[in-house]
Design a protein around this ligand. Structure first.
Ligand code: BV8
Ligand code: ZN
Length: 289
């Protein structure tokens, strides 16, 4: 496996990567929070992955929402605000440009921040495995209502003075009841009953079936897959992380771009792989140019 650090991308690794890239036809990318780090968004598990005293994975569950929808909505209001306050970086634009030039390229994003969409990544190439912060949907099982919502905060009740002050773990977190949220503007307008929730996939929830079908169709094409780029992800969440080995099984060589050399996708590492260490916003544009 060839290594490269972000201060200087190893010329030999870059050259062997570009020699393969130019011959590649069917390609995948699996993107994680590290892709958006340079835009200023905290990663899911990094230091910024905490919100006050909570670990993001504790709040990103249906159980947390049914126990305390007000707390979960404050967490997501903070993340919606952060995502809407930053800009896509050079890696988002490079992937979008690459998708426009390569018809058989599919970008699997675990990110819910909307930055790839704002970089005009072609819709047909971008698969949102975990949904989007900009989407809200009804939490009533029988009601399938969902909508795009970019209002920040989504309702006045979430206009809280220190909701973004995540540095002070002792800051008081107001209790917002289910009824207060409903009456405060989060009642589903379709069924007039359900409480709107963030349109993201929580732990324990299945990924969107239409997205899974699109990815499975790409993977089950008899043609081999030539390359998968694994960009800024700890490869710790499934089934998303499992797509790396699926691609390998279809003949793909793996190029990992990560700040941390410990976060190379587990599974069968091959000498034919590349590892480019450093900031995705620096490395990805170099790789795809
Ligand atoms: C499901 C939305 C089943 C919410 C997220 C095996 C198979 C199937 C399931 C499981 C399984 N094993 C375990 C499970 C359960 C679970 C799971 O994977 N748990 C983990 C914790 C072990 N999976 C699920 O629950 C999934 N559902 O399988 O359902 C099912 C089937 C049928 C019916 C019912 C149920 C659902 C998982 C989706 C969870 N939702 N997000 C929200 O965001 O609030 S996942 C969340 O983690 C984010 O989307 C995030 O993108 C994702 C992955 O994290 P990363 O993106 O990798 O971020 P992280 O911080 O971890 O890493 C950042 C990386 O970037 C690091 O490596 C860092 O070094 C690097 N980096 C930092 N800066 C830079 C950089 N790299 C480059 N440049 C930089 N500048
Ligand atoms: Zn509804």
């Amino acid at each position: 496996m060839s290594f490269a650090t972000h201060t200087q991308i190893n010329e030999a690794a870059l050259q062997s990567f570009h020699e393969h890239l130019v011959k590649s036809k069917r390609m995948l990318a699996l993107c994680g929070a590290g892709l958006s780090a340079a835009s200023g968004l905290p990663t899911f598990r990094g230091a910024g992955g905490l919100w006050r005293t909570f670990n993001a994975t504790e709040l990103a569950t249906p159980g947390a929402f049914s126990r305390d929808p007000g707390l979960v909505w404050q967490f997501y209001s903070y993340r919606r605000h952060m995502a809407m306050s930053v800009q896509p970086n050079r890696a988002h634009y490079a992937l979008a440009e690459f998708a426009r030039k390569n018809q058989h390229f599919m970008c699997l994003s675990q990110n819910v921040d909307g930055l790839s969409q704002r970089a005009n990544h072609p819709k047909e190439s971008l698969k949102l495995l975990h949904g989007s912060l900009a989407e809200v949907k009804c939490s009533e099982f029988f009601c399938r209502h969902k909508e795009q919502n970019f209002t920040d905060p989504i309702i006045p009740l979430l206009e809280l003075p220190n909701i973004f002050d995540i540095s002070d773990p002792d800051v008081e977190i107001p209790h917002l009841s289910f009824k207060a949220l409903l009456d405060g503007g989060l009642r589903c307008t379709q069924c007039n009953k359900g409480l709107l929730r963030p349109g993201v996939v929580w732990f324990g929830e299945s990924l969107p079936s239409n997205v899974l079908d699109d990815v499975d169709r790409f993977l089950s094409d008899p043609e081999p897959i030539d390359l998968i780029l694994v960009i800024g992800t700890s490869s710790s969440v499934y089934p998303a992380a499992g797509y790396v080995d699926c691609a390998r099984d279809k003949g793909a060589r793996v190029a990992t771009i990560n700040m941390d050399e410990r976060d190379i996708p587990q599974g069968r590492i091959s000498s034919m792989d590349w590892f480019f260490q450093g900031d995705a916003s620096v490395i990805v544009p170099e790789l795809l140019k």
